[in-house]
Design a protein around this ligand. Structure first.
Ligand SMILES: C[S@@+](CC[C@H](N)C(=O)[O-])C[C@H]1O[C@@H](n2cnc3c(N)ncnc32)[C@H](O)[C@@H]1O
Length: 267
């Protein structure tokens, strides 16, 4: 199966809703909020700044453009109508926050209108990410800020000992859900080639805490995909999911992945 996030709108609605649930769980995880705070809070934006998030999913990160980065308005662009409907329902009544169905590679929005463009865990899903960078450059005002953050997904792990079977579920889930594992190792070169000047770069270690709600969605999606592929019997997948939950209840669960953020400017 190819990365379903690369073409979410064409996936069946059950899968889109399941992905939306996982996205909302990740967005609200306090460690994930802290990570977004760490790279969005220091941006220097002009008064009444207009911001846009490309690949806005359920819209919680788009809201950060106002709540954390201090923009006056924020627009989320997202190809999946299911995600856009969720975002509109959740953030109804916030007139400075809006969402539209669209493609980050050609948004059809006007050129040179935005002070800030954000891509939070978008680029790893887009074949040909340079097309999105070209579009971001077009959308930004001169001197405008581009903020990119994505997983360095080869670091994802649930391993607590040698030959830990839960780790295979994490690796399989990443293998099935990410188009480019290495995007944040390639991003400075891509940005330079596309005319941006480089700003702050930060690494963010994400460790699942407490109930590990988001990381359990990673385990479950890995197990379910292995069943679909015929690699695991359903009963084995259920046993592995139970093992993960037992670890959470015994405080022995470990889930980790690192993220990298990169700020850049339209020169
Ligand atoms: C992992 S989700 C991240 C959503 C949101 N940024 C967040 O962090 O909660 C990636 C999103 O990018 C969207 N996406 C994938 N390809 C896209 C494209 N070409 N243009 C715009 N969005 C795209 C997917 O539909 C999905 O909602």
């Amino acid at each position: 199966m190819s990365d379903p996030y690369a073409d979410l709108a064409s996936q069946d609605e059950d899968l889109q809703n399941r992905i939306a649930d996982a996205m909302e769980s990740r967005c609200q995880d306090p460690a994930q909020v802290a990570m977004r705070q760490a790279y969005l809070a220091d941006l220097e934006l002009p008064k009444n700044a207009s911001a846009i998030e490309l690949g806005s999913g359920t819209g919680h990160v788009t809201k950060d453009l106002i709540a954390i980065a201090g923009a006056a308005t924020a627009l989320g662009v997202e190809p999946s109508p299911v995600m856009v409907a969720r975002a509109n329902a959740h953030f109804a009544g916030q007139p400075n926050l809006s969402f539209m169905v669209g493609d980050a590679r050609h948004t059809k929005l006007p050129s040179g209108e935005y002070d800030l463009v954000l891509m939070h865990t978008l680029l790893c899903h887009v074949p040909g990410p340079e097309t999105v960078l070209t579009e971001a450059y077009r959308l930004l005002k001169p001197g405008g800020v581009l903020a990119i953050c994505d997983g360095d997904y080869s670091t994802a792990t649930a391993r607590i000992a040698d030959y830990d079977p839960l780790d295979e579920l994490v690796r399989f889930m990443i293998n099935q859900n990410v188009t480019n594992l290495w995007i944040m190792r390639q991003i400075t070169g891509l940005l330079s080639e596309n005319g941006f000047s480089l700003g702050a770069r930060k690494g963010h270690g994400y460790v699942a805490e407490g109930e590990a709600a988001y990381f359990l969605t990673v385990i479950d999606r890995g197990a379910d995909r292995m069943v679909e592929e015929g690699t695991l019997q359903p009963a084995t997948a259920e046993a592995l999911k139970t093992e993960a939950r037992d670890r959470v209840s015994r405080n022995t669960f470990f889930g980790y992945m690192s993220y990298v953020s990169q700020i850049a400017y339209k020169t």
